[in-house]
Unconditional design. Structure first.
Length: 438
């Protein structure tokens, strides 16, 4: 029973509200939750809704899912706002819901921005959730572990909604352009490049993307029955220059290559410039952070092991705070990589080992370093002659750990840069010890 509508379809409503999906198949993104056979989809389709929390960034579909549930469920559906509702309103609704429960009727209470409710307000829901008088659905952009009372949270299933990708947003925008509810069936002309610009500008927020599209169409050039939206209109609306940067085309790869090579060439000025070019054009900061992590191992490696730690920390910063706040964290990592000592010895070692692993016979593990888990294994010589390095004074042994056909192969060749220079000295001392104790 759809008791209280979350939205109406008035044309004076924002585009995002007019196009609110009415079915799971109309929702863009979140396929890890609502794809065929996924748990949340089954729950909604079978009308077996438990108390749950939707946690995710703005504009990813939390309220949309609640809207779909409102249309699908046989329960009474009540929409609460954490901004305008107080304890008095909560208690009134809870009393009515309890009366409905006695009659065998379910009541779903949707609380948008549940993290805005204080402890007392959240506590007012708890006894009714506990005894099953209501099914609570909360939506929050904040980590529920910190913002929702532990007792209430323990009685709710948490579903994490992911930030929408640029591709997801573009699909949504194209649907909007072709939906008669959007612009009264008016023909809209806009390039894919401009749609991606809007998608990148929205930073994964579907509501922002649709609002930007609506503003662009309202300011478009009308010729007969067609509205044309060009890059200049979008730049004027967003107050942001449409930089030459196609996230799926050649320029995307050109600029990430420029960043990588600038860091490798120890040029922090060029590196931070190319970083800014990507971020200001709407590149996903997590993509850049992943490439910086790769660089830390591939081009710095053990010459400065702290580089990898800093790169991972930058990724986490991007994940936690997003754009534009994470720009300095990425710039810090990029500049650090640029001035760090360089070594590609790790990458060379792995690529060489990978080549042997792929092209040579699958050599059996030498018996000496196999575990003898059973008596039969022991009788077959598993672990026979194994030398435990910690038992020796120098913590070294001359035991061979490579297969027979690869005996003597050396993959890792440290360079004379940073910490790796000391590692090289240590490795040479180890090899000399082994030569003496053969």
């Amino acid at each position: 029973m759809y008791q209280q509508s979350l939205f109406t379809n008035e044309m004076n409503e924002p585009l995002a509200a007019r196009l609110r999906p009415e079915d799971l198949d109309d929702i863009v993104g979140q396929q890890h939750l609502i794809g065929e056979g996924k748990v949340l989809r089954k729950i909604i389709e079978n009308d077996r809704i438990p108390s749950m929390i939707f946690w995710g960034p703005p504009g990813v579909g939390k309220t949309t899912l609640a809207s779909v549930i409102a249309r699908k469920t046989k329960a009474s559906f009540i929409n609460f706002s954490a901004v305008t509702s107080g304890i008095k309103e909560i208690r009134e609704v809870m009393k009515k819901a309890e009366e409905e429960s006695i009659s065998g009727n379910k009541t779903i209470v949707f609380v948008d921005e549940i993290h805005r409710f204080n402890k007392a307000q959240q506590d007012a829901f708890l006894p009714f959730v506990e005894k099953g008088a209501i099914i609570l659905i909360g939506a929050t952009t904040e980590n529920p572990s910190f913002e929702v009372n532990g007792a209430l949270l323990s009685r709710c299933k948490v579903f994490v909604l992911k930030q929408l990708s640029a591709d997801d947003i573009v699909v949504l925008l194209k649907k909007a352009i072709n939906d008669p509810r959007a612009f009264n069936s008016q023909k809209i002309e806009i390039s894919d490049q401009d749609l991606y610009f809007i998608a990148n500008f929205s930073n994964g927020d579907a509501r922002m993307a649709l609002s930007t599209l609506e503003m662009a169409v309202l300011n478009g050039n009308i010729v007969e029955d067609t509205i044309t939206v060009d890059s200049q209109i979008i730049e004027d609306i967003t107050s942001k220059k449409s930089l030459l940067y196609d996230k799926k085309g050649e320029e995307h790869y050109n600029i990430i290559s420029a960043l990588h090579k600038s860091m490798r060439n120890s040029d922090p000025d060029a590196a931070v410039y190319w970083l800014a070019r990507m971020l200001e054009a709407g590149e996903d900061p997590l993509y850049v952070a992943r490439r910086v992590i790769r660089f830390a191992s591939e081009d710095v490696g053990l010459a400065d092991p702290r580089a990898l730690q800093l790169a991972v920390s930058a990724y986490e910063a991007c994940h936690y705070i997003g754009m534009p706040e994470c720009t300095d964290a990425l710039a810090e990592a990029v500049i650090y990589m640029s001035v760090a000592p360089k070594s590609n010895a790790i990458d060379v070692a792995y690529m060489s080992a990978r080549s042997d692993a792929a092209n040579m016979l699958d050599e059996p593990v030498p018996l000496v370093i196999r575990n003898a888990e059973t008596r039969l294994m022991k009788d077959l010589g598993y672990g026979k002659g194994y030398q435990y390095a910690h038992d020796s004074e120098d913590k070294l042994t001359n035991m061979e750990c490579l297969p027979e056909s690869l005996k003597g192969r050396e993959y890792y060749q440290p360079v004379n840069q940073g910490l790796e220079e000391r590692i090289k000295e240590r490795l040479e001392a180890i090899k000399e010890w082994k030569r003496k104790h053969r």
